[in-house]
Design a protein around this ligand. Structure first.
Ligand SMILES: Cc1ncc(COP(=O)(O)O)c(C=O)c1O
Length: 390
C-alpha cells in the first residue's frame, strides 16, 4: 500500500527545486514526504474532478464529523462542530489567532529551536518574538520550567506556541511536561497556541498527547487554541485545509467573529475532500506508513551512531525529522552547508535558520524510500570522510 516510487524532480516541489542547479544533489529537507499521497485520497479528489465543476463548496457535516471522530479516536480530544474554525493552513491560522487574540507589542513565547516561519508570523504582526531556548539533557531537549515560569510571569508575554511533536527536535512532550506547562500558563493567563500538525506521525514507543486531550483535564481547555491538519501524516501540504479548535467560549466567540470578518473559512473544494477522506479512511494506511517511518528512523539513528560518531543525532520520538548536531566538525553554519553539498552531494535544512540554538545543527527528513535514505547516509559518510581528510 505504501508507494515510495515518486519522482518529484520535475514538478513544482519546493524540496526538489535545488536539483535544477545541481542534479547530483540529494535534498532531504522540507517537511513533506517522498511517499505518494494515498491512492484512496487521490481517487476521492478525482471523483470530484469527474463531476466537471469546481464551484463554491460548503463543508459537509461529514467533513466536520470526520475531524471530530479522528480527534476523539486518535487523540482523546472531544470536540463539537461549532468549536472548529476551518483555515487554509497552520501558518494562516496561527497568524489569524495572533492578530485576533493578542495585541500589538505583546510578547509571544516560542521555544527555540523553532519552525522558522514562527518568527515571521510573530514579528510581521508587530508582536515581540520571545525566544525561549530549550535545554539539552542527555542529547534530548527538555524544558527548563523555572525559567519558563519566570518568562511567563512577565506580564508583557501573552501567548506561547507549543509545538508537539516538536519540529525540529522531534521531541514528544510528556503528559507531565504538558500539564506543568499548562499550569504555569494558566497561572499567568498566557494563551497556549498548540501546533499539533505533526501528531499523527507517531511511533510505537511514543504517542503524543494533545494539549486539548481529555487527559489534560478541563482546565487545559480554558486557554488553548489547537491548530491541526491532516497534511503532514497524509502528505497533503498542497491542498490547503487545516482547522483550529477552541473550547473556551469567549476565545471562540472572538475568533468566530474575526473568521466572518476576514472570510477565513472560505474552503478549498479539494482540500475538504482530501481531509475528510484521510480521516475517514486513512487509519490503516497511516499505521503502515508510521511503521515504515519508524524503521527508517531506527536505521538512520543507529547508522549514524555506529558509523559517523561525529554527527550526533537527536532521537526523534515523533515526526519524520531528525535533528543532527555537527558541532564536532568545528565548521561555521555556511561552511557546513557548503561542504555537505560539495563533498557529500546532500542538502539538509540549516539549523541556524531555526534560531541561534540551531547553530551547528542540520535537519534531515527521513520520510523517503528506504534506499534513498541509505543513499543519504552514504553521502553523509562521504562528507565525514572527506572533511576529516582536509
Ligand atoms: C511545526 C509546523 N507547523 C506548521 C507547519 C506549516 O503548516 P502549514 O503548511 O499548514 O502552514 C509546519 C510545516 O512544516 C510545521 O512543521
Amino acid at each position: 500500500m505504501i508507494d515510495t516510487n515518486v519522482d518529484r524532480r520535475h514538478d513544482n516541489s519546493d524540496k526538489w527545486a535545488v536539483t535544477k542547479d545541481d542534479d547530483q544533489l540529494l535534498p532531504m529537507t522540507i517537511a513533506d514526504m517522498d511517499i505518494a499521497t494515498p491512492q484512496f485520497i487521490r481517487e476521492a479528489m478525482q471523483r470530484v474532478l469527474n463531476k466537471k465543476v469546481l464551484g463554491y463548496t460548503t463543508p459537509s457535516t461529514g467533513f466536520y464529523n470526520a475531524i471530530i471522530r479522528w480527534q476523539k479516536t486518535h487523540h482523546d480530544v472531544s470536540l463539537k462542530r461549532d468549536q472548529l474554525i476551518i483555515v487554509p493552513s497552520i501558518a494562516v491560522g496561527l497568524s489569524f489567532v495572533i492578530r485576533n487574540l493578542t495585541q500589538k507589542n505583546d510578547g509571544i513565547i516560542v521555544m527555540s529551536p523553532y519552525y522558522p516561519p514562527y518568527r515571521q508570523l510573530v514579528v510581521d504582526n508587530q508582536r515581540q518574538f520571545v525566544e525561549f531556548p530549550l535545554v539539552q539533557r542527555e542529547g534530548q531537549y527538555v524544558i527548563d520550567f523555572n525559567r519558563l515560569d519566570a518568562v511567563m510571569a512577565d506580564s508583557q508575554n501573552k501567548a506561547i506556541i507549543v509545538c508537539n511533536p516538536h519540529n525540529p527536535g522531534g521531541c514528544v512532550w510528556t503528559t507531565t511536561e504538558l500539564q506543568r506547562l499548562q499550569d504555569i500558563a494558566n497561572a499567568h493567563h498566557v494563551l497556549v497556541l498548540a501546533d499539533e500538525i505533526h501528531d499523527d506521525v507517531a511511533f510505537s514507543d511514543n504517542l503524543p498527547v494533545s494539549m486539548l486531550s481529555d487527559l489534560m483535564g478541563s482546565e487545559a481547555a480554558s486557554q488553548t487554541v489547537l491548530m491541526k491538519s491532516a497534511t503532514k501524516a497524509f502528505n497533503l501540504a498542497g491542498v490547503k485545509c487545516a482547522f483550529l479548535a477552541v473550547k473556551n467560549p469567549a476565545l471562540l466567540a472572538t475568533l468566530k467573529h474575526a473568521a466572518a470578518a476576514e472570510a477565513i473559512e472560505e474552503v478549498n473544494t479539494l482540500g475538504v475532500v482530501a481531509t475528510q477522506t484521510a480521516y475517514e479512511q486513512g487509519a490503516q494506511w497511516l499505521t503502515e506508513v508510521n511503521a515504515y517511518l519508524e524503521e527508517n528512523r531506527n536505521l538512520a539513528y543507529e547508522y549514524l551512531r555506529e558509523n559517523i560518531p561525529m554527527i550526533r543525532p537527536m532521537y526523534p520520538e515523533g515526526t519524520y525529522l531528525m535533528w543532527l548536531d555537527f558541532m564536532a566538525y568545528d565548521l561555521s553554519d555556511d561552511e557546513l552547508d557548503e561542504k555537505l553539498r560539495s563533498l557529500g552531494h546532500i542538502c539538509l535544512n540549516r539549523g541556524i535558520d531555526y534560531g541561534q540554538t540551531g547553530s551547528g545543527f542540520m535537519r534531515l527528513n527521513f520520510a523517503v524510500d528506504r534506499d534513498v535514505l541509505k543513499d543519504a547516509l552514504q553521502r553523509l559518510k562521504a562528507f565525514d570522510t572527506a572533511v576529516r581528510k582536509k
